[in-house]
Design a protein around this ligand. Structure first.
Ligand SMILES: [Fe+2]
Ligand SMILES: [Fe+2]
Length: 190
């Protein structure tokens, strides 16, 4: 139930940013939303049965809830504002057409915000990892408990890949592309 463990980041070199964006949304964003919903149900079961003996479960759940709420807004900001703008600049650059500058100034501004939000989500999932002893269920764990920890471990791995693809592949290329469009436009305006 995880995404693409074998897909190497280098495979995206030279490919259009629009296809990288499509890939990120169709795999990581879809997975993230599905898993948040599924894990919430599992949390409910496991908390009902085990919260008394395992008080760390409540803290793990609180962190997961907080992280999920923030992520749901985060994904929307990417899908509705940042990603469409990056795709639009890419088309303009390919067609040597002028870029209409966005209300947020330059792409670096929302990207800085997204990177900060990635940092917060990373801290939360690291805390979850620690509290769950690296997703190791206790000896008396039942099927739901084990499934919850297995699901959280996969969610953690997927989030790392998701963030890596945005922070290290998509965002640097989007910034460079906008700078290039900006340079071209100022030459054309002279
Ligand atoms: Fe994303
Ligand atoms: Fe993101």
């Amino acid at each position: 139930m995880s995404t693409d463990p074998d897909m190497r980041t280098e495979d995206w070199d030279g490919k259009p940013l629009a296809s990288l964006i499509e890939y990120i949304v169709q795999t990581h964003h879809v997975y993230c939303r599905q898993e948040v919903a599924r894990l919430q149900l599992l949390f409910r079961e496991v908390l009902d049965r085990h919260r008394k003996d395992h008080p760390e479960l409540k803290r793990i759940h609180d962190l997961f809830l907080q992280m999920s709420r923030d992520l749901s807004m985060h994904l929307l900001k990417e899908e509705q504002t940042l990603f469409p703008y990056i795709a639009e600049v890419e088309v303009a650059v390919a067609q040597k057409a002028p870029v209409s500058w966005p209300p947020f100034g330059t792409v670096g501004n929302p990207i800085r915000m997204m990177i900060l939000e990635h940092g917060k989500a990373t801290e939360e999932i690291e805390e979850i990892r620690k509290l769950s002893s690296d997703y190791t269920p206790p000896a008396e764990a039942d099927g739901s408990y084990s499934a919850l920890y297995e699901g959280l471990a996969a969610f953690d791995r997927d989030m790392q890949r998701h963030i890596e693809r945005e922070d290290h592949l998509l965002f640097p290329r989007a910034i460079a592309m906008e700078e290039e469009a900006c340079r071209r436009q100022s030459v054309a305006d002279r």
